[in-house]
Ligand binder design. Structure first.
Ligand code: GUN
Length: 286
């Protein structure tokens, strides 16, 4: 049986050890895995996420670079910068930190990073694998879905035949996660802001994944029984305190839950760094 609190820490420790070794092997061949984050503007939440990514990247021995551009950047200058990074052989992984500023929103952001360096797994060439049924978590697939599935696997929580309700249909979490869960034989309900009778739906779930972005949204009345598992993707600021989407009372009622902080967040970051090492290995294959 799994613990009530599905903490990322023990799994992150294991994964870091493995990634350090893979990084070391590459360095012994003269290759330093290197990631570049492109940030437009200075959104404080983005700066915090980027710091977390940099920390883990450097902890495993990889190289980190931040390219920051002003919020006023012209679309053509932004595209030129990405073109340069896509062709720079010393850079193995690129992410465009989201959200981008309004002036860039017309660009085809998910497809601007070349598929081989797309460690976010947003490029259509990479999401295609999920769309066509893969369950292979070693591919360059989106980091939050990958991290959630890895965490559930680690705690021995199976998905085959389970009813999973995912709330939120974003490109980063809800869409790819719902497909991946379906590939793993879960029955998936993808709910969103226009869903009617959400409580009735979540009450029948085996697993509820909340990616809403509202503190204490999931209260005990969203739970139907005491055997439910709650996966909290929320990263919210409540009076200066980092909180998830799930209330303390709902956590208490559940069979198990992922904490915030210390749950899905660290799994997302370690999955990104894993994608960086995979991308590097793929690019330097003999
Ligand atoms: N902003 C919030 N989460 C993410 C993420 O996983 N990737 C990128 N590129 N931007 C984000």
């Amino acid at each position: 049986m799994y613990p009530k609190i599905l903490a990322a820490h023990p799994l992150v420790v294991e994964l870091k050890k493995d990634l350090r070794l893979r990084c070391e092997k590459l360095k012994n061949r003269g290759i330093i895995p290197s990631m570049c984050v492109v940030l437009v503007g200075d959104n404080p939440a983005s700066l915090t996420y980027i710091k977390n990514k940099q920390k883990v990247c450097e902890e495993i021995g990889a190289h980190f670079k931040l390219v920051q551009m002003p919020a006023s950047v012209k679309a053509q200058d932004f595209l030129n910068q990405l073109h340069q990074l896509n062709h720079d052989h010393s850079v193995h992984g690129i992410i465009i930190q989201l959200p981008v500023t309004e002036s860039l929103k017309n660009l085809n952001i998910p497809n601007l990073v070349t598929p081989e360096k797309d460690i976010d797994g947003f490029n259509g060439a990479n999401t295609q694998a999920i769309y066509t049924g893969t369950t292979n978590l070693q591919l360059l697939i989106p980091c939050t879905p990958k991290g959630i599935i890895n965490l559930l696997n680690y705690y021995g929580i199976t998905l085959d035949g389970k009813h999973v309700v995912v709330i939120g249909r974003s490109l980063i979490v809800g869409k790819p996660l719902s497909m991946l869960l379906s590939n793993l034989n879960a029955t998936v309900t993808l709910a969103h802001s226009k869903t009617k009778n959400l409580k009735q739906i979540t009450q029948t779930a085996d697993v509820i994944v909340s990616a809403i972005g509202k503190s204490e949204f999931i209260t005990p009345d969203y739970l139907g029984h005491s055997q439910q598992i709650l996966i909290d993707v929320g990263i919210n600021n409540l009076d200066g305190k980092l909180t998830g989407d799930v209330s303390k009372e709902a956590q208490e009622k559940a069979l198990a839950y992922t904490p915030v902080p210390g749950g899905v967040g660290p799994m997302t970051v370690i999955s990104l760094i894993e994608n960086l090492i995979t991308a590097t290995e793929n690019q330097v294959k003999g």
